[in-house]
Write a protein of this length. Sequence first.
Length: 391
Amino acid sequence: MMQGICFGSSIIELWVKENGKEEKTVFTGDLGNNDIPLLDSPTMIEDADLLVMESTYGSRLHLRNDEKAVDFLNIVSETLDNGGTVVIPSFAVGRTQEILYEINRLKDEKDDEEFRKKYKTLMKANVYVDSPLAISATEVFRENTNLFEPEIREEILRGDNPLEFPGLHFTRTADESKALNEDERPSIIISASGMCEVGRIKHHLKHNIWNPKSTILFVGYQAPGTLGYQIVNGAKTVKIFGEEFAVNARVEYIEGYSGHADQEGLMNFIYSFITKPKNIFLVHGEAESQEVLKDKIEKETEIPVIIPDFGETYDITNISVEMTNKIERKATRTMRTEILERLEKLKSEIQDMDEYVRKDVEDDNLRDEDIFRINEKIKDLEKQILNVIEG
């Protein structure tokens, strides 16, 4: 069953037969947004005894396609006219391809003079996809156009591939990526990861977030605790690779590009059941989103909704759902998990740093004072690592 959030994602239907009786549970996983032109909409399920559903956007509605296209063009054209760079942190699979489609589609949106002027500004700029995974994912999209929505397939048959347009460039190597930040011409850089935690996007932020001419344009969900979340929520300064940078760039967020279904999409999925589930479990969402969605579901459908907590066990019978056990979450365990997650993140960042520092050091044009500065920073990093090891 199509989940509709990216290629290959699926809704799971599970039939369990026990004591001569069969019951069906449906797991939505990350339910897709109906407003994604490149992908078929999520499959509607006819029946279920129990539904386990995500709730990421349980309290919010996305912008519709026509609204987000106008917002996108306004933000991008204003930044390019200002001589700045538009940096778009984007998830490699799904969102990157949707943005490329949006850029190509804008030519058909309106026919007024102001719109054409902005579109001309956009088309004169270079658009770089700087993420090896995003590039590979785009190639997969190109090879599987049979999975696109019917109207997109018709466009391709007419010779208008939504993932190809003038000025589009794919940068695979570290040298190509580094060169983008040495080019002073206004451009658009789409890079992963979408929440700015790892990957090449951090280098592009480092070179643009302090620049008032540039724009950091977010197009997807930013989880609490991530660098992207800090920027979206108005942080005045952020740390990138251990350095503190002032957030002087314009920061924008177009929520409509999220791959997740919004509140309306989640409710429509529930409404589509011919035989409604007896109970719904809400998972994968922040507390506020879950509570708002729970109230709406219970009010409009009268289906009981449960928001399970960590470690809870439920006994499900034909007439009731009862919590039978709960494992208390220990703070020490949470902190240990956080340390391990930070170590994994640090490992990735050190790999990135190693790649870029080596390129700098091997550059014959690098000044002595720059080499000295790099060396001092590495010595400081060594000290910090030793302090951790030695306790």
